[in-house]
Design a protein around this ligand. Structure first.
Ligand code: F6R
Length: 255
């Protein structure tokens, strides 16, 4: 695992966007695994800027998002479909046919999850999977406990996750959907490269637990340490509870 600690959120998200851009530039048909949430807003802003100012070309790129709420239509402003269109897809030249998110409105959710797994295989697998970390230690919506061989499936969201995401639903955790479709930890670990990004002091405790605690299904983000090509990008605040030994092993980049 490569750990990089950046001075602030702007430089951390810019570096993450740069890693994604390298994958886009180095493959003929790049396949990205994408995440949503507040952490990724800056990453997508930088990617949009790279497209407009540096000509980063998304025309051959396909994408698969980690998750989507159950029962929220794509047209709803709370859906992850809407989030992705709003923050990334409409700003770059990615084809609408090349972007994939699980359909949380499907009548047969199990069939939808199986089809999603198959679509990833049909695209040759994911080159780079972008990940945030939730307050429960989840990646995707893999709430504790999520065995490391789990696949795309319907899950019940932890009360803490509904609290974490309440601000996007007007502040009341009860208004956050109780279920979601998510790639499994096993699905995520099959990506050829993982890129985990965490920002801010609110993530410091769970970041330390995921990177230094037991590798355990109770903290699904700890599974990234099992991957042979994983980069973790933190800002100073989210790295603040790591031990000096871990921090000594990190790269510190200035820009
Ligand atoms: C979202 C996702 C989640 C978030 C995590 C962090 O697609 O998969 O794992 O990455 O909940 O969310 P933020 O960035 O809002 O703190």
């Amino acid at each position: 695992m490569r750990l990089i600690i950046m001075p602030d959120q702007h430089s951390a998200t810019r570096l993450a966007a740069g890693e994604i851009a390298s994958v886009i530039n180095s493959r003929t048909k790049p396949v990205l695994g994408l995440a949503t949430g507040r952490t990724m807003e800056g990453v997508y802003r930088h990617l949009s800027t790279f497209h407009h100012e540096l000509g980063l070309d998304f025309s051959h790129t396909s994408s698969f998002n980690l998750d989507e709420y159950v029962g929220v239509p794509a047209s709803d402003t709370h859906s992850y479909h809407h989030y992705m269109n709003d923050l990334l897809f409409r700003h770059v030249n990615i084809s609408t046919h090349a972007v994939h998110l699980p359909n949380g409105m499907a009548t047969d959710l199990n069939a939808e999850c199986a089809a999603y797994e198959q679509a990833i295989i049909d695209h040759g697998g994911i080159d780079l999977q972008l990940l945030g970390i939730g307050d429960t230690g989840h990646i995707g919506f893999n709430e504790p406990p999520s065995p490391f061989d789990t696949r795309t499936r319907c899950v019940t969201l932890n009360a803490r996750t509904r609290e974490q995401n309440a601000p996007m639903f007007g502040g009341n955790p009860e208004d956050v959907p109780s279920q979601a479709l998510t790639m499994g930890v096993g699905t995520i670990l099959e990506a050829r490269q993982l890129l985990l990004v965490a920002l801010g002091s609110s993530k410091a405790e769970i970041v330390a637990e995921a990177l230094e605690g037991k590798i355990d299904p109770q903290v699904s983000a700890s599974a990234v340490r099992l991957h042979t090509n994983c980069t973790v990008i933190l800002d100073k605040e989210s790295a603040s509870q790591l031990t000096p030994q871990t921090r000594k092993k990190a790269d510190y980049l200035r820009k």
